[in-house]
Design a binder for this molecule. Structure first.
Ligand code: PEP
Ligand code: MN
Length: 348
């Protein structure tokens, strides 16, 4: 069986799934859907019925009764429906109600048990399923979630990149770590990958820049939270946009061609980059070799691998030199801290 997302994507440009974080009332859903219905590329209307909240007592969604409201949206505006599922019972209720797309959220994907249970509940159906990345930046876990669905015969699959919950995520709510969805696409070249800039950014003002980046990196579509009255939303207030704001964001996007054949100038620069990367790798390898020799000497002299004064002086020096080469302090710190951690690991 083929992947239905592919045929949907072929007719939706730029592909967009939009709707409120959570279904709150029939009026809120119908009014939001009505205002969104004309947006170009809108391939589905999203709404969460069962909301995973960090603390109990917050609004946890309207549950199954929202399914009837969503069916009305589908009938009146001809929109496909997308709903988050976290239990087999959710999957069964959505299948019965004719929900077109179900997605497994970031908190559920972290549990292989949960994903297996859901995959078994969907077995034998023609469900379209999206798998969000797990909260933690673990590519294998994300890939594993997709594979569990494949193993149960689900072929209409897509991934959603919603960023990673790390301790340090400034200025966003979740760190994008774009290399992870890019690597996922390398591992599953046929799998459509969407970006959810709402949960990455956490604030309206970041939606356009994150969405643009997603398309520039070859992602296939967007999932964006939109609410008829975002200021009064019961969940994710800071990141939901009004339908009008969403239209502005979508018309501000530049959808650039995905390059198949590079032109000569681009090819020349790429060759230089390849050569420089080869040199970087050789230098890193030499540096690690020397770190190991230093490690041996430290052991003989009963010295701890980590020497705070020496490291502070090295970092300070590299930041200054980097600055004179137009490299930002933040970048130099990130690179050298990674190098240092690897050196320390090798000295143990
Ligand atoms: C959502 O899409 O509303 C949601 C809860 O997302 P995530 O699973 O990415 O946190
Ligand atoms: Mn949300």
């Amino acid at each position: 069986m083929s992947n239905k997302f592919k045929s949907i994507l072929a007719t939706s440009r730029p592909a967009l799934i939009a709707g409120p974080c959570a279904a709150e009332s029939r009026e809120q859903l119908v009014n939001t859907a009505e205002a969104l219905a004309g947006i170009q590329g809108l391939m589905a209307f999203r709404a969460g019925l069962w909301k995973p909240r960090t603390r109990p007592g917050d609004f946890e969604g309207v549950g199954e009764k929202g399914l009837a409201w969503l069916q009305e949206v589908k009938e009146r505006f001809g929109l496909r429906l997308a709903v988050e599922i976290a239990f087999p019972a959710h999957a069964e209720a959505c299948l019965k109600a004719g929900i077109d797309i179900m997605w497994i959220g970031a908190r559920s994907v972290v549990s292989p048990f949960v994903v297996d249970d859901i995959a078994r509940a969907l077995k034998g159906s023609e469900a379209c399923v999206m798998v969000k990345n797990p909260l933690n930046p673990d590519l294998s876990l994300w890939a594993g979630g997709i594979e569990r669905l494949m193993k149960n015969g689900i072929t209409s699959l897509a991934a959603v990149h919603r960023g990673f919950d790390l301790y340090y995520s400034k200025p966003f709510r979740n760190v994008p770590l774009w290399e992870i969805p890019i690597e996922l696409k390398n591992n599953f070249p046929e799998l459509p990958v969407f970006c959810d800039p709402s949960h990455i950014g956490g604030q309206r003002k970041y939606l356009l820049q994150i969405s643009q980046k997603a398309f520039d990196l070859g992602m296939d579509g967007l999932m964006i939270e939109a609410h008829i009255d975002p200021q009064h939303a019961l969940t994710d207030v800071a990141q939901q946009v009004s339908p009008r704001e969403l239209k502005e964001i979508m018309s501000g996007l530049k959808i650039r061609k995905q390059q198949n054949k590079a032109d000569a100038a681009l090819e020349k620069y790429r060759t230089s980059i390849d050569e420089l990367d080869d040199q970087l790798l050789e230098i890193l390898s030499k540096r690690m070799q020397i770190a190991e020799w230093i490690g041996k000497l430290k052991k003989e002299q009963d010295l701890a691998p980590y020497q705070p004064d020496r490291w502070a002086a090295v970092l300070d020096d590299r930041i200054k030199k980097g600055g004179s080469l137009s490299l930002s302090k933040d970048f130099v710190m990130k690179v050298f801290n990674l190098i240092h951690m690897e050196s320390l690991d090798r000295q143990e």
